[in-house]
Design a protein around this ligand. Structure first.
Ligand code: NAI
Ligand code: MG
Length: 359
């Protein structure tokens, strides 16, 4: 059956980088991937055209799509919009919420060719390949009650860390299934020595474990996990954790690689529908200059093929093509060290496409 893909270029460098990723998608189509590709507006561009960062038409197209490829949204042009609900970033949050994208997959991969870019020693990060699975729609970012109120003559601020068993179970299953397809190690990160909500988290992970006998489950407190990530990151395979801990740990893990322009991400819902996007933002400082690194977005296409379109072989070919281009010494400016030739966004796209087509 033909599946639908929605491409949302967004703002800043978004259109430049998604243009290169779309060429790879088209090449996959030519290689037999049965998809129909549409484009839509999201973020600041959508606000300019329709007065809304998430127009109804885009939401409708998104609901119908099996996979959504997003560039990035936002930029200084829209930072002065007074109504916060109309800001570009709200369009993205709205889309995540409307589609119930609870499972955030954030790989941190250090290509051996780029290991010098890390702030850690080369041997600690060369070949690093970890996957952080972050729960995205629950936990303290959404828990009730929340607010700031007057108590005993002073103001207090409060939020609620809450997870139901079913919320923990569904993110747990995503993580166990991923671990089965990778290195078969799953580390669940909590703060079960202090937070009751995470005692339940740990219990549910333990309860699921017998269903995945080929996966080795371990637990770690979040403070220790932060230390271990910088001490010896290669000890991890898949890490699963709640929304707030995942937010922080995934950013730390991303920085280990030293190359934000290289990192893709996925956000999945229960039906396997997913939104795929680079970890970086819209980079307004370099927008329109044809210098941005399109590889994170190209690698997001590979994740879409693997996790929403059941085309792992094509996904692996895209990743192989990216590896070949790095081997050839091609680098965009953000990853320039260690390369032999600095190339533009579109030249990088040309090179990956050529390497893909040669496979
Ligand atoms: P950013 O990730 O856009 O940029 C940080 C730095 O990294 C900049 O110097 C930028 O030039 C560089 N950079 C980022 N991606 C790059 C790429 N592909 N190639 C080469 N260099 C790259 O983060 P920043 O500056 O905090 O935010 C800029 C705008 O992006 C803001 O409006 C922010 O709200 C938005 N943003 C959007 C996100 C999304 O759409 N998912 C995520 C994060 C930020
Ligand atoms: Mg963050």
């Amino acid at each position: 059956m033909t599946q639908k893909i929605l491409v949302l270029p967004g703002d800043g460098i978004g259109p430049e980088i998604t243009a290169q990723a779309s060429r790879i998608l088209a090449a996959c189509q030519a290689r037999g991937l049965d998809v129909e590709i549409e484009e839509g507006l999201l973020g600041g561009g959508a606000y300019d055209a329709h007065g809304e960062p998430l127009p109804a038409e885009t939401l409708e197209k998104a609901r119908a799509a099996r996979g959504i490829l997003l560039g990035a949204v936002g930029g200084p042009k829209w930072d002065t919009i007074e109504d916060l609900a109309k800001r570009p970033e709200k369009g993205l949050l709205g889309l995540r919420k409307e589609l119930g994208l609870f499972g955030n997959l954030r790989p941190a991969i250090t290509y051996p060719q780029l290991a010098e870019a890390s702030s850690l020693k080369r041997e600690l990060v060369a070949g690093l390949d970890i996957m952080i699975v972050r729960e995205l729609t629950g936990g303290i970012y959404f828990g009730q009650p929340r607010g700031i109120e007057e108590r005993d003559g002073q103001r207090v601020g409060f939020n609620t860390y809450v997870y139901s068993e079913s919320e923990i179970e569904r993110i747990g299953r995503v993580a166990f299934e991923l671990a089965q397809k990778r290195g078969r190690k799953l580390c669940s990160v909590d703060k079960a020595n202090v937070l009751e909500a995470t005692i339940l988290w740990r219990e549910v992970m333990e309860r699921l474990a017998p269903e995945y006998p080929d996966v080795e489950l371990s637990h770690m407190y979040v403070d220790n996990a932060a230390m271990q990530l910088v001490r010896e990151p290669k000890q991890f395979d898949v890490v699963v954790t709640g929304n707030m801990f995942g937010d922080i740990l995934s950013d730390a893990a991303a920085m280990l690689t030293g190359s934000i322009g290289m990192l893709p991400s996925a956000s999945l819902n229960e039906s396997g529908q997913g939104m795929y996007e680079p970890c970086h933002g819209s980079a307004p400082d370099i927008a329109g200059q044809n210098v941005a690194n399109p590889l994170a977005t190209i690698l997001s296409v590979a994740m879409m093929l693997r996790y929403s379109l059941d085309a792992p072989a094509l996904a692996a070919q895209i990743e192989e093509a990216v590896g070949k281009v790095l081997d050839e010494g091609l680098r965009t400016a953000d990853i320039a060290s260690g390369g032999t030739r600095t190339v533009s966004t579109s030249e990088m796209g040309d090179a990956v496409l050529a390497a893909f087509e040669a496979l």
